[in-house]
Design a protein around this ligand. Sequence first.
Ligand SMILES: Cc1cc2nc3c(=O)[nH]c(=O)nc-3n(C[C@H](O)[C@H](O)[C@H](O)COP(=O)(O)OP(=O)(O)OC[C@H]3O[C@@H](n4cnc5c(N)ncnc54)[C@H](O)[C@@H]3O)c2cc1C
Length: 613
Amino acid sequence: MTVPTPGAMAVTTSPQASAAALDKALRSQRSEVYPHQVWYLVGSFIALVALFHWVSWVATQLSKKSRLPRGRATAHAQDVEAGAQPTKPTQFSVRRLPLALVNLYRVVAFRCTLQIGSSYTLNLAEVFLTCAYIVALFTWNFINTTDVYGGKLDISYWANRAGSIATSQFPLVTVLGTKNNVLSYITGISYDKLNYIHRMTARVTFVLLWVHAGAKLSTATSAEFGEWWARAGLAGMIAFSVLILVSLRPIRARAYELFFFTHFMMVLIFLIGGWYHANQFQMGYYMWPCFVIWALDRVIRVARVLIFNHLYFLFSPKSSSLDASIELLSPECVRLRMERPSHFRWRAGQTAYLIMPGVSSTPFEAHPFTIASICDAPGKTPIVSDSEKQVVKHTEGWNELVFLINVRGGFTKRLAEAANLDQKAKVLVDGPYGFTPDLDNDDTVVLVSGGSGVSFTLATFSDTVNRVRDGRSKCRRVVFIWSIRDPSQMEWISTALGDALEAAPPELDVSVMVHITSRPGGTSGRPRSVSPMSMISMIEFPSVQVVGGRPDFQVLLKEEAETTSGRMSVTVCGSQAIARACRAALKFPTSSPASVTKGGPDVVLHVESFGYA
Ligand SMILES: Cc1cc2nc3c(=O)[nH]c(=O)nc-3n(C[C@H](O)[C@H](O)[C@H](O)COP(=O)(O)OP(=O)(O)OC[C@H]3O[C@@H](n4cnc5c(N)ncnc54)[C@H](O)[C@@H]3O)c2cc1C
């Protein structure tokens, strides 16, 4: 056979040599092209999710514009006061079929779950995504691996390809693990929810990298082992293995700081080793963007900390105004309050990272907490109705950051100890983070929380009241369900909740249910101080009920769905058990396509969790 060369000289090669050349060309070409194809799939999926997000955003904005005029909302409130039930059509309507299908999708994708152990729950959307990702990566890795001689599953075809496909995924894995990530902005999914996909993609690529490394270790010559790029790759793999081990949930949950620092160090070793290794094969362009993405996230975080806390860094005499007051409200709850740093604005339910050098054991320790207060421009006059404008007392925390912090074993325990000293503490704030649900279009807003999860629902409740009052929300009924172990815990929010209740406009139908779950005498064996004052101040409001025992979500949510027409949202922030109970309650028949086609409510469930770590 004659093969033309660049020098125009024809070189005659044997059929075996040309078959070997073709074999090599084929596997190299596939190793290069298949990672691109995986990216087309991943990119198309992200684009699809982003498209759904933006279409739904536009639909929400348009629907806000066609909101009920205030007069009709008031008329509804009068009907409710008169005891009238909203009338709902009970006839099947074909026009509601698309909405019924959307509800069916929500129930199947997000409310049907797979329980792994006692504390790990995956919804079907997550299960599907995980399976699809595994199938995609492994299919691309093992298809077309028959060599030119007819040998099936030729190792030289899939071994290197496994390395290149896995390497190609690292920019994605890195983006998903950052707090300030572009995917969050284009898909509207909070960074903490994307963290599941970060871990999942990292683990799948880890297995694929070991497929590559295992195959190479079994076939490499000792000369190849001596090469620096092989050693760099191996060092990277060892670091990645340690990283995967410490990121397992039991270790993460028990020793977060160990996980955090090991993660940092191992990622660094892995990326440097991985870059040297991949660059040897002209694939460094998949690795260096990881450094850029990571550095960008850090730069944004540092910039935020510097901007929001500049008084500290400029050693300004006014810096003491940023110091936070910390109070131990009960043995299990600390309230931290600080003046809103200038320029710091947030939406109800968003999170901020707190860095407290005097409390933390390490300088880079930052803990996320939900801001329990809402942000309002100072001096803004809330409006009660179009005709009559009156100043309403500002809700507690209007212009300050308030956090309700559950006392756990590390940083929060030290914070509780510091609270006992009754001194102010220096706090650096980084945030706000997270995308919170837009409830403006919901006719009924149900907020469910347990314990310190109330920081999310309290802020959302105050914000909903505020937005209804300003005519920004069409909500007509808001239900606030809070489960606590002990009546004394009502003190955590009694003032803020009372202020929000006072500020609620008459057209808003409000129901607050506080469930005390411990039996009289307490269940923990620890003496608890009952606080009759906070209880009395809360039950003074006719809309507040304090009841014993756990809430029966099947009954409560079914009742709400039966009396709601239009859109009903249920936002949950609490333990896994509460989230599970709400998911179960909002399956069929409470939220079924059949009920939607007959005029039943369009039900949306938002589950917020404090435990992504
Ligand atoms: C988005 C978000 C919002 C949150 N909002 C609140 C809130 O409003 N109120 C509240 O009480 N708690 C909230 N948490 C939980 C809170 O961050 C942790 O309980 C706290 O960091 C525990 O600190 P520790 O050192 O005392 O914990 P440890 O006793 O050491 O561990 C307890 C648990 O907290 C996790 N954890 C520890 N450190 C961190 C960290 N830096 N980042 C994330 N998780 C960590 C551990 O993995 C473990 O599961 C929130 C968590 C997240 C992710």
